[in-house]
Unconditional design. Structure first.
Length: 296
């Protein structure tokens, strides 16, 4: 019986390490896969891709071996089908994905409850407690923060490495881009407006008499809300799952990551890395551009 063969692309991100390139070539050869071509990426300097013809029965073991090498060299290496169709919609988590911060932790520092909020946040991100319940607990600790603090926090937020470049690239190439965040609309909408993004779904901060009340809104953006909102966006823009890329770092991102045709963990928690089809562990967020290479 003949083994099925398919074409794949093996991409190394930002690696000038000749020993790593040679190692990848050796591994490809050890599986008797054929290297059909080798090229750099048009839109991402430092990305090197091998076009290979691989026996599908050996692919899982090959990917596991590539993952080991990626960890050893601290360099992202992706294996993806060469016939991926063009994508049209990219959805992002915000906190620790588009920005380097968990905004609720920044608010907690202002309220003097950072240790308590950080413990709850980390537990939720690891999937140990329900996100909605963790959100209510954290919001209750923030009661009394002055609204002026929000402006100060936003002014000091840093985008994750490569995030600005990726968002600019996506809009220049005609993608629909959405933020689906368990964070706050106050911050997500400002990022939307800065980069001309298309949609935001996040939590409202309830304020009364210039102070944060500590109450959670009627709708808490948890994993189910993210996945349902993604479904609504797909229907609105007439996209199928194959048209969608979803990127996040926490357990509450997994449902939307699994719903998308291309799901990516970005410097994710161990659970998210393990359960996501692809992971960016060492590079900036703009490494996602490499996944979109077949659009051009």
């Amino acid at each position: 019986m003949k083994n099925n063969k398919e074409n794949y692309v093996v991409s190394l991100i930002e690696s000038n390490d000749g020993s790593l390139i040679q190692k990848i070539e050796t591994i490809i050869g050890s599986y008797d896969f054929v290297i059909k071509g080798r090229h750099t990426h048009r839109y991402f300097d430092g990305a090197l891709s091998f076009e290979i013809c691989a026996e599908t029965s050996k692919l899982t073991d090959f990917k596991n071996k590539i993952s080991e090498i990626s960890s050893q060299y601290k360099c992202d290496v992706f294996v993806q089908p060469s016939d991926l169709k063009p994508r049209g919609l990219v959805v992002f988590d915000m906190d620790s994905t588009l920005i380097q911060h968990e905004v609720i932790v920044e608010l907690a520092q202002e309220a003097g409850v950072s240790d308590e909020v950080s413990d709850i946040t980390e537990s939720a991100m690891r999937g140990e407690i329900d996100f909605s319940e963790s959100f209510r607990r954290r919001m209750a600790l923030l009661e009394g923060i002055d609204i002026s603090v929000l402006d100060s926090i936003f002014d000091n937020l840093n985008m994750t490495p490569g995030a600005s470049r990726l968002l600019t690239f996506l809009k220049e190439h005609g993608f629909k881009v959405a933020i689906l965040s368990g964070g706050f609309t106050y911050f997500a909408e400002r990022i939307r407006d800065k980069f001309g993004l298309d949609f935001v779904c996040a939590n409202e901060i309830i304020v009364k008499d210039g102070k944060v009340t500590g109450e959670a809104g009627d709708l808490i953006v948890d994993a189910d809300v993210k996945a349902n909102t993604l479904q609504q966006l797909m229907e609105q823009y007439a996209f199928t799952a194959d048209d969608v890329v979803a990127i996040g770092d926490g357990a509450n991102d997994l449902k939307m990551i699994h719903k998308a045709g291309l799901g990516i963990s970005y410097h994710g928690k161990a659970l998210v890395r393990r359960e996501s089809p692809y992971s960016i562990n060492y590079s900036g967020l703009d490494a996602a551009i490499v996944f979109l290479q077949h659009n051009d």
